[in-house]
Design a protein. Structure first.
Length: 71
């Protein structure tokens, strides 16, 4: 079991850590923003992706160079 996922005695009651603030988040309807604990944490995470603070590793597919030609 990973350190990010903690399961309780019932398999239907899974508890995760909020990716933003690390608070426990129960995977149920009580937390509508799951895997985040709140709308605030969800929006902070989105902002990090939108400003490219978070990225997915790999080779860049697009460049800003003018080497392309339109057909």
């Amino acid at each position: 079991m990973s350190d990010k996922t903690v399961e309780t005695s019932s398999t239907s009651n899974i508890v995760l850590q909020c990716p933003q603030c690390k608070k426990p988040v129960h995977w149920n309807e009580r937390y509508p923003h799951r895997p985040f604990c709140s709308k605030r944490c969800q929006q902070l995470d989105f902002g990090e992706w939108a400003t490219e603070q978070n990225t997915i590793a790999g080779a860049s597919v697009m460049t800003d160079s003018g080497d392309w030609q339109e057909d």
